[in-house]
Write a protein that binds this ligand. Structure first.
Ligand code: GLU
Length: 458
């Protein structure tokens, strides 16, 4: 059986999945991240394909790996010195079986069609797990906003939306933020959408709390991640209280995770940026958590500022996974935790790794962590809280009424507990108990595949 695809050999590929993956590799062999995401899912659904031979006849996998639509466009804009800049923008409308396309926009120099396809593919499963009415999509541009002025970011966002607006809408496709796209960018994008269409409508989520946004949306991904980690630890009779936690990144997801983990009595001892990581043995808490927002707003994209401000250690060019911790929460970017990192975490006593970013752990690192009995959750399950509260924002916009913070938090908590339960149940039903990767993939895949079957050949 084919196991040459870099995913966990514990899960053997069904011949149908192996064939579709080989065909995909032949067709888009340069799309490494996309192939990695597909291989991870395909390696875990063997038993599902065996029990449901009709999926092959209906060519569900071939359809699933082909985005419904890819929109690619030029983003020309003028910088503050009057020079013309040209970037590339995309929106990958991946799958609409469960609802309008839904997923973030990423503005980052690493953005390519391959990375957006991997993110859109992941989003298909993630959104299915939330149980809300959301299909999947992802978009963005190959521009890092680091060092740009507010005026430049606004002009760029307006140019981006000038192309995107004709493809989105509350019942069509509802983008939100992701790396490089926060509240300010969503504000500029929304303002320009409104100006171009003449409609005030919920075509974007992550809007400001005073003009149509959901309370707790900024916190939602990080809070949801910590709720999920608590659920995982509870299966072993533990909780986050008293635990030492390593967090990577210092953006939106990391911020929410630090806040909630600290609330629950954990000590978060690391943060990281492209420049290295900081080690704060007393814990990132109080005004230090607020300082994370200031660091992000500065647009400098470096975490060394934290070390200088609070007089803690800074480790240039290194990752936080060398610090002894009980729990690791990778919250930065894809492929930021390697096999070497995983070995160091385990050697230092780490027993739980929950992904806050999308696909931050490399396939061989996942395999190692699982072999070592570490609780490991894939981002598509544990970081689904962000898009879940986006889904709640869509509902609130439709109703023209807004939920209180307590209400949103309660719903978020319930959704994360349900996702956790669905993963555990699916893994148990398919003979891989405790495997959250397989559980998440199986639970989400069957939902999407069955909806696609019901809707005929589209
Ligand atoms: N970018 C986030 C994610 O990766 C949120 C997407 C959304 O809210 O639509 O799930």
């Amino acid at each position: 059986m084919s196991t040459q695809h870099g995913a966990n050999p514990k899960h053997q590929f069904h011949p149908y999945a192996a064939r579709v993956l080989d065909e995909l590799r032949a067709r888009v062999h340069w799309e490494k991240e996309y192939l990695q995401a597909v291989a991870e899912v395909f390696s875990t659904i063997r038993a599902v394909l065996e029990r449901n031979p009709h999926y092959e006849g209906e060519r569900i996998l071939e359809r699933l790996v082909e985005p419904e639509r890819v929109i690619a466009f030029r983003v020309a804009w003028t910088d503050d010195r009057g020079r013309v800049q040209v970037n590339r923008g995309w929106r990958v409308q991946f799958n609409s079986a469960l609802g309008p396309y839904k997923g973030g926009l990423r503005f980052h120099s690493s953005v390519t069609l391959s990375s957006l396809k991997f993110l859109g593919f992941e989003q298909t499963f993630k959104n299915a797990l939330t149980g809300l009415q959301m299909g999947s999509g992802k978009g963005g541009a190959d521009l890092s906003t680091r060092g740009l002025s507010r005026a430049e970011i606004m002009r760029f966002s307006q140019s981006f939306m000038t192309e995107l607006y004709r493809h989105i809408g509350p019942d069509i496709d509802v983008p939100a933020g992701d790396i490089g796209v926060g509240g300010a960018e969503i504000g500029y994008l929304f303002g320009w959408y409104k100006r171009l269409t003449g409609h005030w409508e919920g075509a974007l989520t992550g809007k400001g709390r005073h003009w149509g946004g959901s309370l707790l949306r900024p916190e939602a991904t990080g809070y949801g991640l910590v709720y999920f980690a608590e659920e995982m630890l509870r299966t072993r009779g533990q909780g986050l209280e008293g635990k030492r936690v390593a967090v990577s990144g210092f953006g939106n997801v990391a911020w929410g995770a630090v806040k909630k983990a600290t609330d629950l009595g954990a000590t978060v001892v690391t943060l990281s940026g492209p420049d290295g990581y900081i080690y704060d043995p007393d814990g990132v808490k109080g005004e230090k958590i607020d300082y994370m927002l200031a660091m992000r707003a500065s647009g400098r994209d470096r975490v060394e500022d934290y070390a200088e401000r609070f007089g803690v250690e800074f480790h240039p060019g290194a990752r936080p996974w060398e610090v002894p911790v009980d729990v690791a929460l990778p919250c930065a970017i894809q492929n930021e935790l390697s096999l070497e990192d995983a070995k160091r975490l385990v050697a230092n006593g780490c027993t739980c790794v929950a992904e806050g970013a999308n696909m931050p752990t490399e396939p061989d690192a996942i395999e190692y962590l699982q072999e070592q009995g570490v609780l490991f959750s894939p981002g598509k399950a544990s970081n689904a809280g962000g898009v879940a509260v986006s889904g709640l924002e869509m509902l609130q916009n439709r109703a023209g009424a807004f939920d209180s913070e307590i209400e949103v938090d309660k719903r978020l908590r319930r959704i994360m507990a349900t996702i956790h339960n669905d993963c555990v149940e699916a893994a148990r039903r398919y003979g891989v108990p405790g495997d959250y990767v397989a559980g998440a993939n199986i639970a989400a895949f069957t939902k999407v595949a069955d909806a696609m079957l019901d809707q005929g050949v589209v």
